[in-house]
Ligand binder design. Structure first.
Ligand SMILES: [Zn+2]
Ligand SMILES: [Zn+2]
Length: 301
């Protein structure tokens, strides 16, 4: 549920601008890809549409050692605050269970939280992937970041830890902190701690799903192989045509069920007939989703 507000990719010295169409949305989307192979600046426009569209989405090709992929102290502070609120919730669940000698219910609540976190990650990821634009209030940056991820999936493996998690950590902080202050029930906190923790770390699980097996810690590979974390093969299907499945990125346990039941297609039909809005996944082929395979450039900083 990337669910993430991440930095835009930085400009490099050469731009190729083309249109990326979202049929039936009331806006037109523009994407820009960049390379760094020359010092001369060339702008090639292949559309007659005005470039001043208010919903223009410019996604620029990242570079391997891109400073936008590094963590800042602000990112680290948000991750620290998110972890603190989750740990407070976990402490309340543990101490409450110890005092009441009631362990089973908080543990079961935690299992439910883990399972529902995967479902939540899928619903959010589906929404971000399919609806809205860079100018959508609150979610615009995340929508832009996810479109960038589809074009250059490798960037997630180059993002530093806090850079990747800070947006979710901020959302978890604002959501869980009030719950920490108001509630003391160990069952409730068993659910909140595990669910919010899994949601906050879902972007790390997502990054691991994009990492080659040889570069992953053996424990992560074992958890992926056991189906406890979203597997590399399962998530790879999300980045292949028809680009409309395998949205869940915590454990992936919901993916097969949701895709077989065509749950997201049903939701898309409801939204289309109620609101007249088409999801991006109905557009095929759609350059918004297609990975660019050109080798990224490394520049010295
Ligand atoms: Zn996606
Ligand atoms: Zn991905």
């Amino acid at each position: 549920m990337s669910i993430l507000a991440q930095h835009k990719y930085p400009l490099s010295s050469r731009h190729h601008v083309r249109t990326c169409r979202i049929p039936s949305l009331p806006t037109r989307l523009y994407c820009a890809t960049t390379t760094t192979t020359t010092t001369t600046t060339t702008i090639t426009t292949t559309t007659t549409e005005p470039r001043s569209s208010p919903d223009r989405l410019v996604i620029e090709r990242p570079i391997l050692n891109d400073p936008a992929l590094a963590s800042t102290w602000s990112h680290r502070a948000w991750v620290a605050s998110g972890c603190t609120t989750v740990l407070i919730s976990l402490a309340k669940a543990t101490t409450g269970a110890a005092e009441s000698h009631m362990w089973l219910e908080p543990i079961l609540a935690g299992v439910v939280g883990y399972i529902l976190a995967d479902l939540g990650s899928g619903v959010y990821h589906w929404g971000i992937d399919n609806y809205g634009s860079a100018s959508t209030p609150l979610f615009g940056t995340q929508i832009e970041a996810f479109q960038g991820h589809h074009k250059w999936p490798w960037t997630i493996t180059r993002r530093h830890f806090a850079n990747n998690l800070h947006a979710l950590a901020r959302a978890v902080t604002f959501t869980v902190l009030p719950l920490d202050l108001v509630f003391n029930d160990p069952i409730f906190h068993g659910f909140v701690a595990v669910c919010s923790g899994c949601i906050m770390f879902s972007q790390q699980f997502h990054a691991w799903a994009h990492t080659t097996k040889s570069r992953l810690p053996p424990l992560v590979v074992a958890l992926q192989d056991a189906g406890l974390l979203v597997s590399r093969s399962q998530h790879a299907a999300h980045h292949r045509p028809p680009y409309d499945n395998n949205y869940c990125i915590v454990s992936g346990v919901w993916n097969e069920f949701l895709d077989k039941q065509k749950a997201f297609e049903a939701l898309e039909m409801v939204l289309f007939f109620k609101l007249g809005v088409r999801p991006r996944s109905w557009s095929d082929p759609n350059s918004d989703w297609i990975e660019e395979t050109q080798t990224p450039q490394i520049t010295a900083h």
